[in-house]
Write a protein that binds this ligand. Structure first.
Ligand SMILES: NC(=O)c1ccc[n+]([C@@H]2O[C@H](COP(=O)([O-])OP(=O)(O)OC[C@H]3O[C@@H](n4cnc5c(N)ncnc54)[C@H](OP(=O)(O)O)[C@@H]3O)[C@@H](O)[C@H]2O)c1
Length: 284
């Protein structure tokens, strides 16, 4: 029997975590979402989840500190004051930098091919949004739920990261797109390592885990031009991982990531680690 808080369970990998973790009726799952009525409706219409009384949905945008604080208090009521696992899954993926190298966001004479537009204002806004959700929101989340985790048995705090935040991978394969998003994920990896540095002695395992490449519909609105950028990226992914057959389903990814956090421990030296869904540094 274990208690879990998972953010961003409205869709994608978070919804798959909700399904996977609630399969064991002895577990208690608290899912945080931005729109509770929409998620409640989705669950009530899902034949697999609708009768699971161990699912509790709370409303909290991770950029809203007061809402997170209330969610922590409400979680304590639900679980009896402790928490085993905090899964910081909610994340913002920015379309602005998803397809293009960073230089193409600016009207610079140095870029070849020529830039599509000059977007300094959009870069400014996107970076702020990415850091608000992917970094600052999670710093508050860790802080507010830590008292419950310290009273739990498993004492594990996991952030869902991305292999795109690995600078060695970026440098070796010249992975150009996703610069702003990757920066926010890299920043959160470091925050996670710093929390680990402080709280390892209290028995709390902090981990950053990349879920692999997962099909959640992120490219469904891409233009043909943008899809060209995606296929270039896929070419590099294949060079890096010739075995790569394409994205996992959210369900496959949730299962892999869960295995990684279950196998990892402070005793094995995993405190603060940044791992893939294989439990190592192989991102695909
Ligand atoms: N899919 C991949 O290939 C991949 C690869 C590497 C890493 N990841 C990471 O995996 C995690 C899950 O992503 P996904 O692929 O499942 O993407 P997704 O389908 O876009 O889901 C993102 C989730 O985050 C929630 N969210 C976004 N902003 C939020 C905010 N301000 N407050 C609270 N919740 C917020 C969304 O809620 P709403 O429904 O309210 O928008 C949604 O539930 C993310 O951290 C992502 O960066 C994904």
């Amino acid at each position: 029997m274990a208690t879990y808080v998972v953010t961003g369970v409205s869709r994608g990998i978070g919804y798959a975590f909700l399904g996977l973790l609630s399969r064991d009726a002895n577990n208690t799952i608290v899912g945080l979402v931005r729109n509770k009525p929409t998620t409640d409706k989705k669950i009530s219409e899902d034949p697999d989840l609708k009768d699971r009384t161990n699912i509790h949905i709370l409303e909290a945008d991770v950029t809203d500190y007061d809402a997170l604080k209330k969610a922590a208090a409400d979680t304590a009521e639900i679980t009896g004051g402790s928490l085993d696992y905090l899964i910081a899954n909610a994340g913002l993926v920015s379309p602005l930098d998803a397809y293009d190298p960073i230089g193409l966001l600016y009207d610079s004479p140095c870029t070849n091919p020529p830039p599509r537009a000059d977007k300094p204002k959009e870069v400014d806004e996107t970076l702020k949004s990415l850091f608000n959700v992917n970094v600052i929101g999670n710093v508050h989340l860790y802080h507010l739920f830590l008292p419950l985790i310290l009273k739990g048995s498993a004492k594990k705090i996991i952030v869902i990261s991305s292999g795109l935040a690995d600078a060695d991978f970026t440098n070796k394969y010249d992975i150009e797109p996703g610069s702003l998003y990757s920066a926010s994920k890299a920043a959160m990896n470091m925050i996670t390592a710093k929390f680990s540095a402080q709280y390892k002695k209290d028995g709390v395992l902090f981990l950053s885990i990349c879920p692999g490449m997962v099909e959640v519909g992120h490219y469904k609105d891409a233009t043909p031009e943008q899809l060209q950028g995606v296929s270039g990226l896929m070419g590099k992914f294949l060079e890096y991982a010739p075995h790569f057959k394409g994205p996992d389903t959210p369900e496959q990814s949730a299962q892999s990531v869960k295995s990684v956090w279950e196998n990892a421990s402070i005793e094995k030296g995993n405190g603060g680690d940044f791992l893939s869904h294989y439990g190592n540094k192989q991102w695909l």
